[in-house]
Structure formats: structure tokens, C-alpha cells
Design a protein around this ligand. Structure first.
Ligand code: ADP
Length: 546
């Protein structure tokens, strides 16, 4: 017997029409390059989305063409977020910080037909134009910067002019099959070529809904949300879509992402929720006292482990620890979050801080299991055994675009191998110990680089730290700590080791401590261990080593 409910597609047109109909009075504010801002109501924004839909048709962009964006977090970017998928095309967000070779590869692999590019970013993209044969148009979005003259080329169009010349699409957008592709995003590709993750309308709608749940970001109409995490990185963790569904006011930081600029925006616009990688929160920490941040209710932090010391520093200063979430491009990206639950109530504050430093519990509809990479068997959730996290759910990838670049990342029974290694307590709160490729294997035992980094970063003189494996004759690998001290502080290796001794097992103590000026970062602001490994390739450990 079948259920007798309506079978309506879970598709982005619903999100668009809901926002247009119910939240037309709400605002989207975009900070512009020169320190100014642009304000637009959802009603005005919706008309521009409708014009853009017509414009894509007028330009003859294919029915399911990939529509590239090379943009900051701006209202115009959000216009593309809806106009492309609501017309059946596929939004393809391009990472503006990628190396030219990777960018060329990605645009060609996705066969983008058109790319919308912000004026200040054209200099990074245009030199590649000759190598991008599928791209018929580059549409320039003016973002308040004054660049060099635009190249005289028929492929170059102006965004505002294009919109002005296109009548707003008058009807209702329709997507019949909710499994139609809505957007795609390539993973940064720490190894091999970047891999294309393709989100569907259905996965996007379900993932957006989850950002409205109470044990997650809990987005509501009363929120003013500023997504700091880039819109080219896993759809800014789904925040922009979540805001449209909830009716939240949105503040986009535009091109200026310095800690000062971000804190100013939070204070000025009374932002209630924002989200970014730990690097952002580390940078903002010393400046918190200078701003009125009293309207904030949640600081989402993910993309890398949110160190306990950092989260505690926020709790002490703002009365609000970081809201720690975990996921990856392949999981849309939000898969878990660590909110304190009723069974944590009786704990001490310090124990609760340990809970918050965990990556947390899976969201509804996401299934996780921990699998021993050697035996292929699931490990128990006893907080002792660790295994690779495997994920399944309606917003988890089942394969990569064109099936390329990672068949081995999916199990025979259809789960995603995340490459992250974790333990879980009996409530399913996971604690990430490492990425499989970052673990340090010493004498057959794993050392968690993430945990070691957390302990090092708890030292009051340490700003940032990353741990990498160094080959060792006897133990195969031993940990090396690359440490950045806070400005004006000095620290010796011996002082640091002394600090670590009561905190970690003796055999976890790094064999070498290197003080460096800065930890190299990836294009999305995470510690780049690959670059550190390259920097220290051939490093020989001190004679005294273990
Ligand atoms: P990549 O960094 O590989 O380009 P993603 O941006 O999709 O791609 O990053 C996903 C990875 O980031 C995860 O597999 C995990 O290793 C790491 N990550 C994300 N969130 C967290 C977190 N809260 N704690 C620790 N690691 C995290």
C-alpha cells in the first residue's frame, strides 16, 4: 500500500518563490570594496533573479549548462545561486584562490559555458580565457573596485547592462525532477586533480532545511546572518540557501575579509550568526574587545578542528563558545555539529568544553559509521577505538562528476569514505583524530596530529601550530611540530615540550619543534600540511631523537 501524500519535488524554485512571496521586505546587505555597502530588499533581489533567468535564455546558454561564478560573497552571487538552478542550469562556483592550472582544469572539466566574474577578480581569470574554449561569455559584475580598462573582446559583457536589457521572467520557475543537478563544486584536490561534487535540487533543499534545526545553526527569520565562509566553498556551508528558506536578513562581507572588517560588520549590522574556518576566529580573537558584539548568538566554526583553547577564549570573552561543525564538500557540507545536550548538563565547564571541541553528532538523515581501515570492520563507539568515518545520507555524494577521480572513495554498499579518522562516544559524538593521510604512525601506533596541535595551541604563547610526520629509521614516522608564536612572544622548544609533558603520552612528544613565521594555508584557509611536508622534505631529526 502506498502513502497518499502529494509527490512534490524538493527543488529550489520553492525556495525562490517562498522568499519572494513571504520575505520581500527583508534586506540583503553587501559590503563593497571601498568600505561602502549596497542594500537591496529580497523583493528587488527577486526581480533581478528573474531578469537574470531571461538573460541566460537570451544569451542562448544551454538548458543544463554549467554557469560558472568567480565571485566574493555578495548579493549578486546570490542572484546566480538561484537563477542558474531555477532555470535548470547548474551553478558552478569557482574557487577564486586556486592556482591557474587547477582553475583551467576545473572550468574545462565542467565545460562552463559562461562565467560571471567580479571586477576585482577579472585579472586572475582573464589571462586564462584562451585556454577555456567552452566559455562563451565572461560577465563582469561591478563590485566597487576600479580596475584596468576592460579587455575589448566580444565575450565580455556587463552584468548590470545585461539585467537592464532583460525583462523579468514572469512565470513560476519549475523543476520537475528533484534529482536534477542544481550546483557543483570541486574539492580543493589536496592530491590529484580536483573532483567535481554535484549537488541536486533535492540534496540542496534537504541540506538547507537542516540549517534551520535547533541542534544546528537554527536559522530563523529573526536572525541576521553573515556567511564569512566563501560562497565558492561548498555553498558557504549552505548558509545563503538556509537564510532564504528561513527569511533571515543576510550580510555579505564582499571582498574585504580582514578580521577588523568582519568585526565591524558584525557590530554595525547586529549580526546574530556567522560562520568561518578557525583561522578567521584566531585572527579576530585579539580584537574582540574593540567592538559591540552583543547581538551575536552563534559563531559557526568548521572546515578544520576548532581548538578547545580557541573556543574557550570566545566563551570567556563573549560568553559564547564556537559552534563546532564537521563536514566536507562531498557532504554538502554539514554532517555533524557539537551542541551540548541534556546528558552533558551535569558536567564541569571544562568537560563541556571537551564536548564542544568534538565534531559532534550526526544531523538527522545523516548516517555515520567508523570503519577500521585494515580489517574493514566497524569499530565500537566506545571512545577508544578509532576508524575512518564513512557517511551516507541524502546530501552525501555517491560519485564524482563524470565518475572521475575517486571511485575508491565510495564503498561497495554506497557509503562515502571521508578520509577522516575518529572515535565516537556511546552517544555518537565523534572526535576527529586525524585525516588518514595526516596521521603520524610511530612504531605501529597512531599519533593524532589534531590532538597534538590542540595541546600545542593551548600554550598561551602559541598562535598556530601544525604537526606533520617526519620519516624515522626506527619508528617509521615521528611527529614534528611547526609552531607560530604570538606577536612579541618568544618560546623555546624545551619550554613547549615541558608544557606538553603532563598533557600527552610521552611517546607523542614531538621529536622536533620548528618555529616558523606562518603556517601555509590552502585556498580555503586551512593549514596546508602538504606545503609543510614539502618545506621539510628531507628533514633529519636531531641525533637524540627517540
Ligand atoms: P578539502 O579541505 O579536502 O579541500 P573540504 O573543504 O571539503 O575539502 O574539507 C573537508 C575536510 O575538512 C574534512 O574531511 C576534514 O578533514 C576537515 N574538516 C572539516 N570540518 C572539520 C572539523 N570540524 N574538525 C576537523 N576537521 C574538519
Amino acid at each position: 500500500m502506498l502513502g497518499l501524500m502529494q509527490d512534490r519535488p524538493l527543488a529550489l524554485p520553492h525556495m525562490f518563490h517562498r522568499a519572494e512571496q513571504l520575505f520581500g521586505h527583508k534586506e540583503i546587505i553587501t559590503a563593497t570594496a571601498g568600505g561602502g555597502e549596497r542594500r537591496i530588499t529580497i523583493a528587488e533581489w527577486a526581480v533581478r533573479v528573474r531578469r537574470l533567468a531571461t538573460a541566460l535564455d537570451r544569451l542562448g546558454i544551454g538548458a543544463d549548462a554549467r554557469v560558472g561564478t568567480f565571485c566574493w560573497n555578495t548579493a549578486a552571487h546570490l542572484e546566480l545561486y538561484l537563477a542558474a538552478p531555477c532555470t535548470g542550469r547548474v551553478l558552478h562556483t569557482l574557487n577564486i584562490r586556486l592556482f591557474p592550472d587547477q582553475l583551467t582544469y576545473i572550468v574545462n572539466h565542467a565545460e562552463d559555458e559562461i562565467i560571471f566574474v567580479e571586477r576585482s577578480l577579472l585579472g586572475a581569470l582573464w589571462p586564462l580565457a584562451a585556454k577555456l574554449p567552452t566559455v562563451r561569455y565572461f560577465v563582469i559584475i561591478e563590485d566597487g573596485t576600479v580596475g584596468a580598462d576592460l579587455p575589448d573582446d566580444p565575450r565580455i559583457l556587463g552584468y548590470e547592462r545585461l539585467l537592464a536589457e532583460s525583462e523579468p521572467f514572469a512565470g513560476r520557475f519549475e523543476i520537475e525532477d528533484e534529482n536534477t543537478a542544481a550546483a557543483m563544486c570541486y574539492t580543493s584536490g589536496t592530491t590529484g586533480n580536483p573532483k567535481g561534487v554535484v549537488y541536486s535540487h533535492r540534496s540542496t533543499m534537504l541540506h538547507s532545511l537542516i540549517s534551520l534545526t535547533a541542534d544546528g545553526p537554527a536559522l530563523s527569520e529573526r536572525d541576521t546572518v553573515m556567511p564569512i565562509v566563501p560562497m565558492f566553498h561548498a555553498n558557504a556551508w549552505g548558509l545563503p540557501y538556509g537564510c532564504l528558506l528561513a527569511g533571515s536578513t543576510i550580510v555579505f562581507p564582499g571582498p574585504n575579509m580582514t578580521p577588523k572588517a568582519i568585526l565591524e560588520l558584525i557590530a554595525q549590522h547586529k549580526v546574530t550568526l556567522t560562520g568561518g574556518v578557525p583561522t578567521i576566529w584566531m585572527g579576530a580573537l585579539p580584537l574582540l574587545d574593540d567592538y559591540d558584539l552583543s547581538h551575536l548568538r552563534a559563531l559557526l566554526c568548521g572546515g578544520s578542528a576548532a581548538p578547545k583553547a580557541l573556543s574557550e577564549a570566545y566563551r570567556e570573552k563573549l560568553g559564547m563558545p564556537l559552534l563546532h561543525a564537521w563536514g566536507m564538500t562531498e557532504t554538502s557540507p554539514i554532517a555533524t555539529a557539537s551542541t551540548v545536550r541534556s546528558h552533558h548538563a551535569a558536567m564541569t565547564e571544562d568537560q563541556r568544553a571537551d564536548v564542544r571541541a568534538r565534531q559532534g553528532q550526526a544531523f538527522p538523515l545523516v548516517d555515520l559509521r567508523l570503519v577500521d581501515p585494515d580489517t574493514g570492520e566497524e569499530v565500537p563507539w566506545d571512545d577508544q577505538h578509532s576508524g575512518e568515518i564513512q557517511a551516507a545520507g541524502p546530501w552525501v555524494a555517491r560519485e564524482y562528476y563524470k565518475g572521475e577521480g575517486g571511485g575508491a572513495q565510495f564503498t561497495e554498499d554506497g557509503w562515502l569514505r571521508t578520509g577522516d579518522v575518529a572515535t565516537a562516544d556511546s552517544y555518537g559524538f565523534i572526535r576527529l583524530v586525524d585525516r588518514t593521510k595526516d596521521l603520524v604512525k610511530s612504531g605501529g601506533e597512531w599519533i593524532s596530529s589534531v590532538e597534538l596541535e590542540n595541546e600545542i595551541m593551548a600554550h598561551p604563547k602559541v598562535a598556530e601550530a601544525a604537526v606533520i610526520a617526519i620519516p624515522h629509521q626506527r619508528w617509521v614516522e615521528r611527529p614534528m611540530a611547526c609552531v607560530v608564536t604570538k606577536p612579541g612572544e618568544t618560546l623555546t622548544a624545551e619550554e613547549l615540550l615541558e608544557f606538553l609533558r603532563p598533557r600527552v603520552a610521552r611517546w607523542w612528544l614531538p621529536d622536533a619543534v620548528e618555529f616558523i613565521d606562518e603556517i601555509p594555508k590552502t585556498s580555503v584557509g586551512k593549514f596546508s600540511k602538504r606545503q609543510l611536508r614539502e618545506k621539510f622534505a628531507g628533514y633529519t631529526l636531531p641525533e637524540t631523537s627517540s
